[in-house]
Write a protein that binds this ligand. Structure first.
Ligand code: ADP
Length: 162
């Protein structure tokens, strides 16, 4: 078992793309921590607790997945918990610039951690939480993009809002 691998993100909400990365990372490392970052500046649709609960629900059958949360700097968390590997997902070219900058900056803050990028299956190359939220907000069918518990949570959210 490897408790030293973390997969951080906003997960607002978790999608099949995130799940694809989680499963690949678990295969590689045996155990990973999915780290839900609060990110209030991103004005998430789901609260931190809701995001955590959804991840716990949809990964309940994935052995080796733990969920934790963070309200602060990733590199402080990583240092504190003696994490050795940060996992990030890499989709289309558009992710590259942001991820490149972030990895370089994180390395300046703490050089002992390695960021590893995993690509999802091509079906999920263009899938993002933002896109799923937009489709759901117009009542579109998102069942192929997210687990059913997440689809239901999105429906409930937009029903409440409308
Ligand atoms: P953040 O706000 O940190 O980018 P996200 O929840 O949007 O948080 O994404 C977390 C990580 O998962 C990022 O590395 C992102 O590139 C990756 N990711 C998001 N969607 C997908 C997807 N469809 N396929 C692969 N990786 C993804």
């Amino acid at each position: 078992m490897n408790r030293f691998v973390v997969y951080p993100g906003t997960f607002d909400p978790i999608t099949n793309g995130h799940l694809d990365i989680i499963k690949r990372a678990v295969k590689l490392f045996g155990e990973i921590v999915v780290l839900v970052v609060r990110h209030p500046e991103k004005l998430p649709l789901f609260s931190l607790q809701e995001r955590i609960k959804l991840i716990q629900k949809v990964t309940a059958n994935c052995k080796g997945v733990k969920v934790d949360s963070l309200d602060g700097l990733l590199m402080n968390y990583v240092k504190d918990k003696e994490i050795r590997v940060v996992i990030r997902g890499l989709r289309a070219v558009s992710d590259f610039d942001y991820e490149f900058q972030m990895t370089q900056l994180n390395r300046r803050l703490y050089s002992e951690v390695e960021t590893i990028f995993i690509m999802p299956t091509e079906e999920y190359f263009f899938l993002s939480s933002a896109m799923v939220k937009e489709i759901a907000s117009y009542g579109g069918d998102i069942s192929q993009f997210v687990p059913s518990a997440v689809a239901k949570a999105l429906k409930d959210k937009f029903r409440i809002k409308n």
